[in-house]
Design a protein around this ligand. Sequence first.
Ligand code: ACO
Length: 432
Amino acid sequence: MSTHTVTITDNRSGKQAEFDIIDPTIGSPAIDIRTLHGQLGLFTYDPGFQATASCKSDITYIDGDQGILLYRGYPIEQLAEQSNYLETSFLLMYGHLPDPGEYDEFVNIIKRHTMVHEGVKQFFNGFQHDAHPMAIMVGVVGALSAFYHDSLDVTNPRHREISAHRLLAKMPTIAAYSHRRAHGLPLPYPRNDLDFIENFMYMMFSVPTEEYQINPVAVRAMRKIFILHADHEQNASTSTVRLASSSGANPFACISAGIASLWGPAHGGANEAVIRMLEEIKDPSEIPKYIARAKDKNDPYRLMGFGHRIYKNYDPRAKIIREACNDLLEVLDSSNQPLFETARELERIALEDEYFLERNLYPNVDFYSGIILKALDIPLNMFTVIFAMARTAGWISQWLEMMEDKEQRIGRPRQIYTGATQRDYVPLSQRR
Ligand code: ACO
């Protein structure tokens, strides 16, 4: 129980009410306003939840001013350097790093859930050949609830755990199939001798006529992207998953809602926009023209992959992924391709230019992840799908946490009604 309170006075009536301040372990405290309407007859107005905590959570902590990102207390830098995606997923889901026995068991469980029901595979034939892979993801992930209803009782903790394992394990299979469908390629079965990321790359790029060669540099870069994108506290897609599941809906439907939210260009689509921008700039000599446009107050043009709503000093993920990006370009020897040259030059100019320095507009995680995915020959329309796969660990962890939280209720925001006051219906014949 908090010992701090805040008193709110309604200046119109002079009525006062006292509210507890809830202290977090780190970060900004919050006013507990649950009884506000009951006490003062007032709602709060906060479109976009800029100052509203929708839940208590033990999972991820962000300090945008300091450039800090912690998963269950562990700095993202340490996890990106020393962990792997499945270990990080275990950490997010269960709250602690697994011991060797727990780790082996978890990896084994996930591997044994990677196949999808043969009936699910039929879905892929039904989609238009040029369907966007995110459209396929929204549909197929939601449809999983029609196949795995043996464990759909969301009030049963064991059912919840099985569904979470299934989602984490099947996501790469569905993602790779959505890509292969668009290219008329056969749908391969997952391979249990490969690790999580290797298996995804195999399912994306293997062909039945040749033995698939794992590229360790590509796998290393992809592993970093997965860890860095695994969770980011109450962002739009995670909040969507929580809101959808607050009604007791099944987890496949709720994660499908999260994928839909991620699909938007203001959320998961930024790294795709980075590559489209670099393709449009074409040549490093054209950069000054685009920089001038970005600075022009009368031009809405913005450099994609620069700036961040929360990280105002630096994005810790961008620092990590920048190194991975440079290593990858060196090894793949793609640094001399015009698009990558343009990217490097743009980065150099932006890091020196006063306009960008004054506004803290450094390249963000999407700038580098876009370049990495492009260098790995991942099609542009798969970029957001990869984000969705990585974020599944966060979505299911937040969902599991929420289902245990006794304070959670069905999500039901209030509104400030600004429409007509009550009026009488006029029959059609009398209207003019
Ligand atoms: N290019 C040029 N100028 C920019 C850019 C940019 N990318 N981003 C912000 N600015 C300028 C604004 O014009 C404004 O200038 P002013 O102070 O002279 O008016 C100033 O920087 C502050 O901009 P805001 O819009 O207030 O910053 P906000 O925090 O609202 O926006 C955002 C953050 C949306 C990320 C923005 O920087 C942007 O649009 N970036 C490009 C898109 C992008 O890369 N998005 C991915 C974000 S990362 C992620 O989602 C994982």
